[in-house]
Design a protein around this ligand. Structure first.
Ligand code: SF4
Ligand code: SF4
Length: 377
């Protein structure tokens, strides 16, 4: 795939200005980069670039040749992993196809499970995504009741990961095996429709669901079409952070529809031109400073709008963007819909605590000795 995409590249440079790190490579052209990788002639700056690309696809919106730049980068990651030039152990905390990882350890440490009444058989399931399940666990009871009402049926809760972290790391074969396991579980449960909250899950699952005859629907679409609005608070203004995987989709429009009772102040880069919040591309596992730099830039862009709250449809974005000058001013759209706020400081405290003391030592040990899941859960 690298060859085919590189062959499409016109070396025109139209994508370069859309990116924060592409200008650092030489020449700053994705096609040239790919050719260097294939020829085994990768320079230090180019090798630095590949694990730090946010896979945000912002560059692709400027490309006249429709080069799939982000897919090309993940394919290059696979090559560098195979050659031992990217140490895949650095990503271990997000190996979702292993028994212990940051997500499963958090759930085990704080006993977060699926309530028995939500395991019940139903043709309809709600998949919150890893971050919303873990960090927004307290929202789930009210959210499930809301979905029951909107859908006119009892909705089951599907706590699974979509496998996106594996795809982003460039672990393609492991991702495909993991995704096969997920779709088998969906088929076995008899779900005809899966409502998803995470924009990454939507992007990962939509087309395969269509091929398998399972509807994959954004929960924001479902809520907006049912006329559900976030109750407005007089005098409160909001700005929407559009998630990278929502580029080219209607997701941002549904979120804005739900927020239509609020005075909206758009960021300079919004919609298809939105910027990465810092959590994209599995970069934080490789270079945490890069995550902070991107989060800071986006938080500052939000602050320039003068809005009170920065609203996201992605829980990872909420936690990542909760940095000065946006600290304490980030909300998930579902918090506004349910009129229930997540205690992010408490959530951060729990994330720190799980790595401290005896509990921390136990979790470190479990992570270091994690094993592949027999059949991807
Ligand atoms: S996907 Fe994002 S980070 Fe990667 S090259 Fe494109 S704009 Fe840059
Ligand atoms: S805009 Fe597209 S064609 Fe032009 S250099 Fe970038 S990837 Fe190549």
């Amino acid at each position: 795939m690298i060859e085919a995409e590189a062959a499409k590249c016109l070396d025109c440079g139209a994508c370069t200005a859309s990116c924060d790190i592409l200008p650092a490579i030489d020449p700053a052209r994705p096609g040239s980069l790919a050719r260097q990788v294939l020829a085994g002639e990768l320079g230090m700056r180019e090798e630095w670039f590949i694990p730090r690309c946010a896979l945000c696809r912002r560059c692709e919106t400027a490309c006249p040749a429709q080069v799939r730049i982000a897919d090309m980068v993940t394919a290059m990651r696979s090559l560098l992993i195979a050659e031992g030039r990217i140490d895949v152990e650095r990503y271990r905390a997000m190996w979702v196809d292993y028994d212990w990882n940051a997500i499963s350890l958090f759930r085990d440490t704080y006993a977060l499970g699926v309530p028995s009444e939500r395991v019940a058989s139903s043709p309809l399931a709600f998949m919150p995504g890893c971050s919303l399940f873990n960090e927004g666990y307290e929202l789930l009871p009210a959210l499930m009741r809301l979905l029951d009402g909107v859908c006119g049926a009892k909705v089951a809760l599907l706590p699974d990961c979509c496998g996106m972290p594996l795809a982003e790391m460039g672990l393609r074969t492991r991702y495909e095996r993991f995704a096969d396991g997920l779709w088998e579980r969906i088929a076995d449960a008899g779900y005809e429709e899966v409502l998803v909250a995470c924009p990454n899950c939507l992007a990962q699952l939509e087309s395969r669901g269509e091929a398998l005859g399972v509807r994959v629907t954004s929960v924001y679409e479902r809520l907006a079409c049912a006329g559900v609005k976030a109750p407005a608070r007089p005098g409160v203004t909001v700005s929407v952070h559009d998630s990278c995987p929502a580029r080219g989709t209607q997701l941002g429009a549904w979120v804005r529809e739900i927020l239509s009772g609020y005075d909206l102040r758009e960021m300079e880069c919004c919609g298809d031109k939105s910027r990465c919040c810092g959590s994209g591309g599995a970069v934080s596992l490789f270079d945490f400073t890069m995550r902070e730099v991107r989060a800071q830039r986006r938080a500052e862009e939000f602050a320039r709008t003068g809005a009170d709250w920065c609203v996201c449809a992605c829980m990872s974005s909420c936690s990542t963007l909760d940095v000065p000058p946006a600290s304490g001013r980030v909300r998930h759209v579902l918090e506004l819909v349910l009129d229930q706020e997540i205690d992010r400081a408490e959530c951060r405290r729990k994330m720190d605590l799980m790595w401290q003391g005896d509990q921390g030592a136990r979790n470190e040990h479990r992570l270091a000795h994690s094993r592949p899941l027999a059949k991807e859960r």
